[in-house]
Write a protein that binds this ligand. Structure first.
Ligand code: SF4
Length: 214
């Protein structure tokens, strides 16, 4: 681990092996990774998640954004791997809010109040953290929308005091560049049962394909 990681990781992975689920949304979608044989070892499907969606108090204001489906239903189906890039980078909780800011041609991650810049530190942290996640062999990821670190799309990018929704969070950008085929969704994309089922199908298919290829 390099000196970039100033704080511990978000609280540990949670969840259960997929066969234990009775959640209606995924009934019939769970892969029989043990071949259905009694006593055969269960394989774990791991899905990364923005830690605040699990109810962890890691947001800049000391709060969370618990998402009921993710924290309860998804956690029964897969092993969730929570990550809060800002806390793990060492920005603390509570902390000064940060945002994406366009300065000339460059996109920066800054705290507008103090003017502190976090662009390079976040990039280095993200590369290192994604390397760890690659070794965990994630099969999907649920990101927190609108976050300058975690947002997948349409994140506000500020130029002066005007924002346009054209950005991607600094951590999410590294994650999605390094793992371009892994299913990724924002929590806002899991509002409806059909969308939840589609995401789960993609996660399980990705998991199966990697097992076959491996
Ligand atoms: S959106 Fe990402 S960086 Fe922000 S609190 Fe949640 S996990 Fe942390």
């Amino acid at each position: 681990m390099t000196g970039q990681r100033k704080h511990g990781k978000a609280q540990g992975a949670q969840g259960f092996a997929p066969e234990e689920s009775t959640a209606p949304v995924a009934r019939g979608l769970v892969p029989r990774s043990n071949g259905g044989q009694p006593g055969a070892p269960k394989e774990t499907i791991r899905v990364g998640v923005s830690a605040c969606l699990l109810g962890q108090n890691v947001r800049y204001d000391g709060g969370h954004k618990r998402h009921d489906f993710v924290a309860r239903e998804l956690a029964r189906l897969v092993t969730l791997v929570p990550v809060c890039p800002e806390v793990e980078l060492g920005l603390g909780t509570p902390r000064e809010p940060i945002r994406l800011q366009r300065a000339g041609g460059a996109l920066r991650l800054v705290a507008p109040g103090s003017g502190a810049g976090h662009t390079e530190a976040m990039r280095r942290f993200s590369e290192e953290r994604v390397s760890e996640l690659e070794r965990l062999d994630l099969s999907g990821y649920v990101l927190k929308k609108d976050s300058p670190s975690c947002g997948m799309q349409r994140v506000p990018v500020w130029r002066g005091e005007v924002a346009t929704r054209t950005g991607r969070g600094a951590y999410a950008s590294v994650l999605m560049t390094r793992l371009p085929l892994m299913p990724v969704v924002e929590e806002s994309g899991l509002r409806y049962a059909s969308a939840r089922a589609r995401f789960l199908e993609r996660v399980f298919a990705y998991f199966r394909d990697r097992r076959r290829a491996g």
